[in-house]
Design a protein around this ligand. Structure first.
Ligand code: ADP
Ligand code: GLC
Length: 477
């Protein structure tokens, strides 16, 4: 049995802004089900949704600040959650990274710097918890200073750093080095410095014993200039300690047979019932209720990464086709506006909901026929897996985890029973439109479409296998 300290800035259902939370909520659970002793450490944000008992554990002093550590439990699990309680930094409305108006917290370097230092105190068993982890598993830049600071300790635990997204690096002006009291031994080009800025992510990339990313394809992509954001050289030097482990999904929370958010539960054997969910989506979005017209969908952050510009370019032509389109998302105000203009122009065919709505995400996954993910890059992506589990055919661009989890529908993949979606190559509106047209043709042949749905629904995306891969990695270290 390994003792694992799992360091993350978000974890579903406590706090979520994206897929990081889904993974950091479900992977620790899967590891604890493999009998591992795992504690998750998270800042105590005001927006946390705590449902279990919470108690005071201890107080730790770092950088002349007294920080409390509280303890609760991840709902429906044996996973202990340690909360870093420092109200001056975390007790404000907003999300982990931005305030209520969507502006990044001005003191993000201090906030996550302090969080990392407390994680180090716990990792070195200096927080009086009488618990010394064997492994410290860090996630994304917010936890990047942990492997760096641990590298200066005597006999530290082994460290794993998982990259969920290279596009976010936690870069701060050089003054942060002094503000955060970063030891001089870490401040150089082969350390935390990145073009005269303090880089949190480099703390993970340089100092972790092993680096993982969330799909095998993305592990290769980030070693190229296109996806490496200037860190591809560093990653190439760490090639022997870098690998991809594909994310799993929480197959209980995302289960069409038991989902309490959806109008009608169903399975691969009762796929005909899925149309009741389609009607529910059409009603909720104010679109004509019609079982025959194929319903396309998209849920996600409205940012460049997700290929929203390609979608916006395609939509006018899509609106001339026999289909409906619904979208749930929030993000870039320019995209939000462009989408709203189109939705107002085609109220009979397209409707959008701007904002974040967990329940509606389930309703859409259950009711749509097709799910679009034209991402420019996608470290893993979860919605293409949720979609397959709900018999909602994903259209994805061949990149990162999308390439690793969706099998294109071709005569040969239909024969061997693996066809589960549509995959296109080029990041262009033309290529996306071609895939949409292909989907419409396949949709018009009900027995082929049903075969794709059944293939998609029978895929195994559970955490079991991936959690075992992480465990094997911990053991090798
Ligand atoms: P990323 O982490 O890059 O945003 P993922 O595909 O890994 O992308 O995960 C996104 C997660 O966030 C999914 O669980 C998705 O359903 C959810 N999500 C994104 N936007 C919204 C929204 N507006 N409302 C509800 N859920 C959302
Ligand atoms: C990031 C990536 C996404 C991935 C998620 C969880 O947010 O953008 O592709 O699925 O992390 O690993």
């Amino acid at each position: 049995m390994k003792k694992i300290l799992f360091v993350t800035s978000e974890a579903h259902p406590l706090i979520k802004t994206g897929g990081l939370a889904d993974v950091c909520g479900s992977l620790p659970k899967a590891l604890s089900e493999l009998s591992q002793d795992i504690k998750l450490i998270l800042p105590r944000y005001q927006a946390l949704k705590i449902t279990e008992d919470i108690r005071f554990l201890c107080s730790v002093r770092v950088d002349n600040r007294n920080v409390n550590i509280l303890e609760t439990r991840l709902p429906d699990s044996q996973v202990t959650v340690l909360l870093v309680d420092y109200p001056t930094y975390f007790n404000f409305p907003g999300n982990p990274y931005v305030d209520e108006l969507g502006e990044p917290w001005l003191n993000n370097a201090e906030r996550f710097g302090l969080f990392c230092k407390i994680a180090v105190e716990v990792a070195m068993d200096r927080a009086h918890l009488n618990w010394q982890p064997d492994i410290v598993h860090c996630n994304d830049w917010q936890s990047g200073l942990v492997p760096a600071l641990l590298s200066l300790e005597y006999e530290p635990p082994k460290t794993v750093f998982t990259i969920h997204n290279m596009a976010y690096q936690g870069l701060f002006p050089k003054t942060a080095v002094y503000d955060l009291n970063i030891p001089g031994r870490l401040w150089h080009i082969a350390g935390l410095e990145f073009y005269d800025m303090l880089s949190f992510i480099k703390g993970g990339l340089v100092y972790a014993d092993f680096i993982t990313t969330v799909s095998p394809s993305y592990a290769l992509e980030i070693q190229t200039t296109e996806f490496g954001y200037g860190l591809e050289g560093l990653l190439a030097t760490r090639n022997a300690s870098l690998g991809g482990i594909i994310n799993g999904i929480d197959t209980e929370y995302w289960n069409p047979e038991t989902d309490t958010y959806i109008a009608q539960t169903y399975s691969a054997a009762t796929l005909n019932k899925k149309r009741l969910n389609k009607a529910d989506v059409q009603l909720k979005f104010g679109l004509p209720v019609n079982d025959k017209v194929p319903l396309f969908s998209l849920i996600g952050r409205l940012v460049e990464q997700k290929g929203i510009d390609l979608l916006v370019e395609c939509l006018p032509e899509m609106m001339t086709m026999n289909l409906q389109f619904v979208l749930l998302g929030s993000g870039d105000k320019v995209f939000e506006k462009q989408l709203q203009v189109l939705a107002d122009l085609y109220p009979e065919k397209m409707a959008i909901r701007l904002g974040y709505d967990e329940a509606l995400a389930h309703v859409i996954e259950a009711g749509a026929d097709v799910f679009l993910m034209p991402s420019k890059f996608e470290p893993c992506g979860l919605n293409q897996m949720y979609s397959q589990r709900y018999g909602t055919i994903p259209i994805v661009r061949k990149t990162g985890g999308l390439a690793d989890t969706v099998t294109d529908t071709l005569p040969e993949t239909l024969v061997i029973g693996s066809a589960s979606g549509l995959v296109f190559n080029e990041a262009s509106a033309g290529a996306l439109l071609e895939a949409i047209k292909r989907a419409l043709i396949l949709y018009s042949v009900p027995n082929i479409w049903k075969k794709m749905q059944v293939n998609a629904m029978s895929q195994d995306f559970s955490w079991q296998r991936s959690a075992e891969q992480y465990l094997a990695l911990y053991e090798n270290l």
